[in-house]
Design a protein around this ligand. Sequence first.
Ligand code: SF4
Length: 253
Amino acid sequence: MVIYSHSRLSTYEQCKLKFKFRYIDKLQPEIEHTIEGFLGGIVHESLEWLYNQVINKNIPSLEQLIEYYAIHWNKHYNSEIKIVNTELTPEFYFDKGIKFLIDYYVKNQPFSENTIAIEHQIVLDLDDSGKYQLQGFIDRLVHNKETNIFEIHDYKTGAMKTQEDLDKDRQLALYSLGVRKLFPETKDVYLIWHYLDFNEKKQSTRTIEQLEQLKQDVIQLITQIESEKEFNANPGILCRWCEFRKYCPHKTP
Ligand code: SF4
């Protein structure tokens, strides 16, 4: 049985050929990381560290957070990391990450929400048979004890979606199914995105009916993936960031 993830489903929706390269042929990617992915990874790691300290009642200073980020950037950065936009330098992206963290820290201190888990793994059955399973990781889970509402917090370092798109977004809605299963007495589950490049927080929620429909939609998508024969390419702007470009006869320049 295959355990699906949001990124596995999204890869199929973006380009079926890329899905085949990654999950069926299991080809070695041409590049391990783009600079955007690397930046996102180090920023996530830094915020994970920040909240681990907060949980241990030891709130780090902004300087300590930036120091953590810089040390980890320098430790892991290497020349194999691909910068698609060649007009930009690694220093540009490094500074961008610092700005994300400064803005986030200033806006969210003293971090008094009741954070109960960081990088929390969710595994859920989409149907009663256990045939369709899905897993994901919640960046940060908060429980508001007064309202008995859980909050799924997700950090985004890329482009910001519209509220309309967020109200239909699949990833956090799926995670909320897992949270509801773990905490059936909860009053509600809020979906919260932190768009770090815009210093903006966005929020949405789902009704039980919407979540039931989502499960059916995902099962249908998985059924389609499992019966797929063609795996057609979907060339476009995202080919520039595709880690399987060198295998692909259909890529855009
Ligand atoms: S290069 Fe483009 S068309 Fe080819 S697999 Fe990657 S995303 Fe798909």
